[in-house]
Write a protein that binds this ligand. Structure first.
Ligand code: LMR
Length: 284
């Protein structure tokens, strides 16, 4: 018996002192459609930095910008299927999921100021909207700002709503935007963000509306002649995760990620305004 006991004890002791095999990190894929050098792009990188540091590397965040993985509609499907875990689509993009309520954010001049917007995005209305996502297998974590839109066009400047008459205007997939543009006499066309540059270049559409940071980083100025600073729509995002993934995380990891979300959200909302500010006048 003695030798057997000795061998068993030695094996147990050996096991106790063998360093634990490093566990594979949890991979969190964060897909988005804009350039890295935008409020959303920078906030996604901030989330990665905070999430990886606060979980001591137990979570690895892979950020895929510029529709590298998926376009607007496909990314929502990919999130529901669990092919990616996190997204931050614009409020305009939830209609195809059958959730119309986010389109209240797309109504023209709905927010008189950022403070008014914040009351909605940080208050009980936001929580009610997040609840609408749950039956779709999605959890809402926060609202990220981009900015208010300017209208760009190729053929003529827009000085009054009637100037849009007959122009083919690219819009995001929001019924509120569609109605707004139709009411102004334009011909709205829904296109994915990744298709806009080419559509403007080839004349498939005459113009579009977007935040200054999106216009600049997508180089729309190369294929558009006029920009009118209308501020008519708000472009902001809902930070969302796959419900099964989020709820399946170990509690300590989830609370570290919750704190990374909170701070990345505050970061995004603190830089959005300056990221969209016009720079100093350049001129001869
Ligand atoms: C657009 O489609 O124009 C924007 O929603 C893109 C974005 O995510 O800012």
């Amino acid at each position: 018996m003695k030798p057997i006991f000795t061998i068993a004890a030695a094996l147990l002791l050996g096991a106790a002192f063998t360093p634990a095999k490093a566990e594979a990190p949890i991979i969190l894929k964060f897909s988005h459609v804009v350039a890295p050098d935008t409020p959303k792009g920078k906030a996604a990188e901030k989330f990665k930095e905070l999430a990886e540091a606060r979980t001591n590397g137990r979570v690895k965040v892979e950020v895929y910008p510029n529709s590298q993985l998926y376009k607007d509609k496909e990314e929502l499907e990919a999130l529901q299927l669990g092919a990616v875990q996190m997204l931050a689509p614009a409020t305009t993009k939830f209609g195809p999921l059958g959730i119309k309520e986010f389109e209240a954010f797309d109504l023209p001049y709905i927010f008189p100021s950022i403070e008014a917007l914040r009351k909605v995005s940080d208050g009980p209305i936001a929580q009610k909207l997040f609840k609408k996502l749950e039956p779709k297998g999605i959890i809402g974590l926060g609202f990220w700002d981009n900015g208010f839109t300017s209208i760009t066009t190729a053929s003529r400047p827009i000085r009054k709503p009637e100037d849009l008459k007959g122009l083919k205007m690219r819009i995001q997939s929001s019924k509120a935007l569609e109605t707004e543009y139709r009411d102004m006499g334009a011909l709205p066309q829904i296109l994915a963000f990744s298709e806009v540059y080419q559509a403007l270049q080839t004349g498939v559409v005459d113009g579009q509306e977007n935040s200054p940071s999106n216009i600049y980083t997508q180089k729309f100025h190369e294929v558009q002649k006029y920009l009118t600073d209308t501020d008519n729509s708000y472009i902001g995002y809902v930070l969302i995760v796959n419900k099964k993934f989020w709820e399946g995380l170990p509690p300590d990891i989830r609370s570290a990620l919750d704190s990374a979300v909170k701070d990345a959200t505050a970061y995004c909302n603190s830089i959005a305004e300056t990221e969209n500010a016009e720079g100093p006048a350049q001129g001869p």
